[in-house]
Design a protein. Structure first.
Length: 221
């Protein structure tokens, strides 16, 4: 069924390959698996099959969300830079305007390192798929660089990341979380409003922003 031989690139590695008989056996087992699955579905009507498929997708989504890990990262780390580049590129693509992160309300690396602030990166199967940062001020904290990769959206990751950033801000002694955003980021605006942020007059001179929000924070001992 299987042959085992040293790998060509490294003789210390052993490579297992299915023989022709092994491939035929695997094909037969896969065919039986499909037949068994079809026998389970046969008694179900169309609406029931659709409900089952939807439930399976929801289970997959929740299990995927459960394995996402959020960690503090240095802004100079390769994973952090990768997320920030993707964030800037999406801003430019959606707005049609070049984004300059060095103007307006900045979030430079030194502003996102403790004690001045923090940068968080979310990982899915060891791949960086989201980021967000806080920049602490006098009694307030600015939420910065919120971004979720397109393939990781729909997992509730943005809300989870935002809640973690708010908790970091509260632990740093901030009473209010603030943020600004561009009008093209409609999903982000909807998230902020549903998370309890209210729109306020502009509190900085960020040229890329169209909306400014803030939210009172609950003190964390």
């Amino acid at each position: 069924m299987v042959t085992v031989a040293p790998a060509e690139h490294d003789r210390r590695v052993r490579t297992a390959r299915l023989t022709r008989a092994g491939l035929a056996e695997r094909e037969m087992l896969e065919r039986r698996s499909v037949e068994l699955a079809e026998s389970f579905l046969q008694p179900l009507g169309g609406a029931q099959r659709a409900r089952l498929a939807g439930a399976m997708r929801e289970v997959e989504r929740l299990l995927t969300a459960a394995i996402v890990e959020i960690a503090t990262a240095d802004p100079a780390h390769a994973d952090a830079r990768q997320c920030l580049r993707a964030y800037f590129a999406e801003l430019e693509r959606r707005s049609g305007v070049e984004f300059d992160p060095t103007t307006g309300s900045t979030a430079e690396p030194h502003e996102l390192r403790p004690p001045a602030g923090e940068l968080l990166v979310a990982y899915l199967r060891a791949e960086p798929v989201a980021c967000g940062a806080v920049k602490h001020g006098e009694g307030t904290t600015d939420v910065k660089r919120m971004w979720v990769a397109h393939d990781a959206r729909g997992l509730g990751l943005g809300r989870r990341l935002l809640a973690e950033l708010e908790a970091r801000a509260a632990r740093a002694g901030s009473r209010v979380a603030r943020l600004e955003t561009n009008r093209t980021l409609t999903e982000a605006i909807a998230l902020y409003r549903s998370a309890g942020y209210r729109e306020v007059p502009a509190f900085n001179d960020e040229p890329f922003a169209d909306h400014w929000f803030e939210k009172p924070l609950v003190s964390i001992p």
